[in-house]
Design a protein around this ligand. Structure first.
Ligand code: AMP
Length: 420
């Protein structure tokens, strides 16, 4: 038997209805806040991710699905969406005229992480990106949108962890201080941290290895290194969250694994204990558009993990296929052809007509119609074919009538309420 690849998953029909409900809630919310959808490719040139995510990150170092295509070009299955959205923003000059854009995209991402509960190698994200303003109010609005989505989906007990990562003016001093601190504790650090402490010492703050956590417990905090502009920016972010009554806690350990983040950074966490408690994360990446060859335009965004969201959102969406409006019970090959044509024509009119494609008797077909809870049943057999009149049965009223073929579809459409 063929099995799927480790770390990959199927979203089966019952589950997919639940996912659809969540995606619809997200789409509605994005419309409420003026976001437009952008659809980006699954494959991009490897260099895009290496440049935007950073060479010395887990994603680029060990998690990307990268391969040569038939011409020898290096391409990668997208591990996240921001790089591609920024690339598209620059490539299509979306900034011309008005740089301000609010975009969202929903789809799969690929990272070759160690599979475990809540962690997949193909997982799904809902992404939002806002270009063209460095205002902390937009950062607060993004957190508010996340919280609103969770609220509309009935998820409670969530909190935003927030931090500021500073900017190119103040971050170097903080990095230097961290490096000096880490140097004094080299003996306790894991191999990854030892390797990263010079190039990306921020990463030492979110290493999950217990000895590293302990060694870095007293590490310097970005808060004390923020320049006046970044300090004010962070304060305005926090007070906007307070005004919007968003539960939030400053968290100096929140550094994000990606290089291009500046200033406001946030993560939405649930209180459910366990390692995978971040449902969403995001923040500002003011330098990325320029770094990828575009104009100097600030931007900010977030990503929600759809797999984790689907796990914590209560399932109340319908998981069975919809109830048929009509079941057509046909007896014999000729009748079945007629039934098939009617089912297609009704479907085209927005009426769900089910039928039996086998050769079962009337009793079995009526039983199936009952099981599917069809509202109406059309019966067609030898005698109906000869008189060109079908039987139309209202199941709830247990009433039936003869309807000439020529009037049948019109009658059904009228009874069902003509949805289209
Ligand atoms: P990131 O792009 O790493 O900031 O992740 C944003 C969100 O995507 C996280 O908060 C998770 O909810 C989700 N996520 C990231 N990696 C995975 C994964 N391997 N499996 C499932 N969800 C993930």
């Amino acid at each position: 038997m063929m099995q799927l690849i480790r770390g990959f998953r199927d979203i089966l029909p019952g589950e997919s209805a639940h996912w659809q409900a969540i995606e619809e809630a997200a789409r509605r919310l994005f419309a409420d806040f003026g976001f437009q959808e952008i659809r980006i490719p699954l494959l991009e040139k490897t260099a895009l991710f290496a440049r935007s995510i950073g060479e010395d990150t887990d994603i680029v170092e060990k998690e990307m699905y990268t391969f040569e295509d038939r011409k020898g070009d290096l391409i990668t299955l997208r591990p996240e969406a921001t790089a591609s959205v920024v690339r598209a923003y620059i490539q299509h000059k979306l900034y011309a005229g008005d740089p301000f854009h609010k975009l969202f995209t929903i789809g799969p991402m690929f990272r070759r992480e160690r599979p475990q509960k809540g962690r997949y190698r193909q997982f799904y994200q809902i992404n939002a990106e806002v270009f063209g303003t460095d205002s902390p109010l937009i950062d607060a609005q993004l957190v508010y949108i996340l919280m609103t989505l969770l609220g509309r989906l009935g998820v409670s007990g969530v909190q935003a962890h927030v931090n500021s990562l500073g900017c190119p003016v103040c971050r170097p001093d903080f990095k230097a201080a961290l490096m000096v601190f880490a140097l004094g504790r080299s003996a306790a650090l894991c191999a990854d941290c030892l390797r990263r402490k010079e190039k990306n010492p921020l990463r030492l703050l979110d290493c999950k290895v217990p000895s590293c956590r302990e060694a870095m417990a007293q590490a310097p905090e970005m808060g004390t290194y923020l320049c006046p502009d970044c300090r004010e920016h962070f304060q305005r972010f926090l007070s906007a969250l307070s005004r919007l009554n968003v539960p939030h806690v400053p968290d100096s350990r929140l550094v994000r694994g990606l290089d291009y983040y500046t200033r406001s950074t946030f993560e939405i966490q649930t209180h459910v204990p366990g390692a995978q408690n971040a449902i969403a994360g995001g923040g500002r990446y003011d330098g990325l558009v320029k770094a990828l060859g575009g104009p100097d335009i600030p931007a900010t965004g977030f990503a929600i993990g759809l797999d984790r969201l689907a796990e914590i959102v209560k399932k109340d969406s319908q998981s069975a296929p919809g109830r048929p409006d009509v079941f057509i019970a046909a007896l014999g090959g000729k009748s079945r052809e007629k039934a098939f044509e009617w089912a297609c024509r009704l479907g085209e009119k927005g009426i769900f007509a089910e039928m039996d494609f086998g050769d079962r008797g009337l009793k079995a077909q009526m039983k199936r119609a009952g099981k599917l809870d069809a509202r109406y049943v059309i019966i067609i057999g030898e005698s109906e074919l000869s008189t060109e009149t079908a039987v139309l049965r209202d199941m709830a009223a247990a009433r039936q009538e003869d309807v000439p073929f020529s009037l049948l579809l019109g009658t059904v459409i009228e009874r069902i309420g003509n949805p289209h």
